[in-house]
Design a protein around this ligand. Structure first.
Ligand SMILES: Nc1ncnc2c1ncn2[C@@H]1O[C@H](COP(=O)(O)OP(=O)(O)OP(=O)(O)O)[C@@H](O)[C@H]1O
Ligand SMILES: [Mg+2]
Length: 328
């Protein structure tokens, strides 16, 4: 495990969305994690568990209907402390994001190159001729010929647009890259190439990355560490190899069991049942109705977050015996 100071630290992060009719949805419920320079962490879980909301909160890009609590330290500075005022100087410059569906989000009437130059101009890191030269370099870095900067999005394949979306996120040389489902909707060969690209970029540029995906094998292939989310919480987190060999939450175990190998069919998640609604208060462990190991405390008591081994934590009553066994 790296001993370097974390570059990014989230502490007890919560996000609520206002819903019509005076109700709210608690999308992120006390998420805490640390990310070290050069580290690749997978944030993994089924649809609706709060992955995108978590990383949008890190970027300060949630809609006005959202309220946020908690702290996000980027290189030691709390970037949530004063809302937009504290996060905007860092957004794209120090922390950047490849949005879910980014490859389809380019403006069709602007060239790819001019869109990659926009964050540079916004932050004043490069303008005019220098920006154009940097755009070409960035395109080359992600495996696209620099000459294609003058082309329009429809002239790029899906895989190339996703590469261009990664180049856009790297435009201001951030230290932290958040990649939200960067390979979904791409065919298996192109998926593998994009994952390879992300690994190479993090290695060559010393970038730290959070890779958001519902696909645990992708995390296993790419990441050093994994954080498994369920119903707005991180229910298990640790080194990838530890989580793979010794999962300590039944959800993690079932996610591994439910995922076919990389060349398998696309029906990735097949755990029976569905996650709970997040606009109602959840009593007990939220995974109880779907859990094959549920026992007496699960329906009524929310589990404690326990460090089951150094650097490996889980939120499951099956680990409660560890507390009793530990000397006071
Ligand atoms: N703008 C919003 N207003 C209200 N609820 C929202 C909003 N955005 C997300 N949610 C809700 O917050 C919860 C978490 O959603 P989120 O998009 O973060 O999940 P996700 O893990 O990224 O899912 P997916 O894998 O489908 O992308 C869900 O219940 C979702 O319906
Ligand atoms: Mg999402």
């Amino acid at each position: 495990m790296s001993t370097r100071q974390p570059i990014l630290r989230a502490e007890d992060l919560h996000v609520w969305f206002d819903l019509p009719g005076d109700s709210e949805l608690h999308a992120v419920q006390g998420v805490s994690f640390e990310l070290r320079p050069g580290e690749r962490m997978g944030l993994v879980g089924e649809s609706g568990c709060g992955k995108t909301t978590t990383i949008l909160a890190l970027m300060g890009l949630l809609p006005a209907s959202a309220s946020v609590a908690g702290r996000v330290h980027l290189e030691g500075e709390d970037i949530l402390a004063k809302g937009e005022e504290s996060v905007s100087p860092h957004r794209w410059k120090d922390i950047a994001m490849v949005f879910q569906g980014a490859m389809n989000a380019f403006n069709p009437v602007k060239t790819i190159g001019s869109q990659i130059a926009e964050p540079m101009e916004l932050h004043g890191t490069a303008t005019g001729r220098a920006a154009r030269a940097q755009v070409r370099e960035l395109l080359e870095l992600v495996g696209i010929s620099g000459e294609r900067a003058e082309r329009y999005p429809h002239e790029f394949s899906g895989g190339m647009r996703q590469r261009a979306a990664i180049a856009l996120a790297l435009a201001c040389e951030p230290h932290v890259l958040l990649a939200d489902e960067p390979t979904t909707a791409l065919d298996v060969m192109v998926q593998a190439q994009i994952l390879e690209l992300l690994v190479r970029l993090t290695r060559d540029l010393g970038l730290a990355m959070i890779l958001v995906t519902h696909d645990l094998p992708v995390v296993a292939q790419v990441c050093d560490r994994a954080a498994v989310m369920y119903a707005g919480e991180i229910v298990e987190m640790g080194q990838m190899t530890t989580i793979y060999h010794d999962p300590r939450h039944p959800y993690t175990r079932m996610l591994f069991a439910a995922t076919p190998d990389l060349l398998g069919d696309e029906d990735v998640l097949s755990i029976p049942g569905a996650p709970p609604r997040l606009d109602h208060e959840i009593v007990g462990c939220p995974f109880t109705p779907r859990c094959d190991s549920a026992f007496a405390p699960c329906p009524t008591a929310h589990p404690r977050r326990l460090e089951v081994a150094p650097g490996h934590e889980a939120l499951c009553h099956l680990n409660d015996h560890l507390v009793a066994e530990r000397p006071a």
